[in-house]
Design a protein around this ligand. Sequence first.
Ligand SMILES: [Ca+2]
Ligand SMILES: [Ca+2]
Length: 233
Amino acid sequence: MNYGISDNPRHVGLELGYLRTLQCVEATLDMDQKTLKKLVESISNTVKNFKKSEVECLVRLFHSLVERANVRLNNLGLDRNAFGAILHSVFGMTDDMLMNRVFFVFDKDHNNRINVKECVKGLSVFLRGTFEEKLKFCFEVYYLNGDGYICREEIFDMLKNSLHQQSSEENDEGIKELVDITLKKMDYDNDGKISFADFEKAVREERLLLEVFGPCLPEAKLCCPRHKSVNCL
Ligand SMILES: [Ca+2]
Ligand SMILES: [Ca+2]
């Protein structure tokens, strides 16, 4: 899928450099102070990983991103292309399949738009999440089809995708072997699929397995410690 990401930074409103210099005060917000305060208050009540001032900053940032991404969205939220562009330019993600999956995990009400609440909530896990929150997030990214398990076929698709393998009998055989090795390591109850309990146990034993099926969290250096401002995005 093409995320409309251009090599020419002039064509990309959401470039990293641009975001770094974007100050909260620059974001014009078509919302009165009372509404803003109410929104910040309600999001702050459900998101523990950001201070109230940071939530306000993210709300402003979100609105400016939506405005710049596509005015026709009428502030409903970020669509998959706009969100993918942010994941790419801000968080260095490059894999379309995983960016799609991250989008679906952020989009809690499944309306194909990420609204301000979904965005701030998602970012709180993405940037400041505890180990348990990240564990749940990664599992949700990987199981996608909604049945609560990562099945053999999904493991195959994700490994194939992350290894950038073309389809050929030889490659597919090699990936099938990797699937078997993965299941041997992670499928503790031997039912041929990875449940959350399997995933949790495996990752607790070996932290590197958290992103075993492809990177879906920002690099550690991008994650802000709690005492730093979200402006360090
Ligand atoms: Ca949504
Ligand atoms: Ca299992």
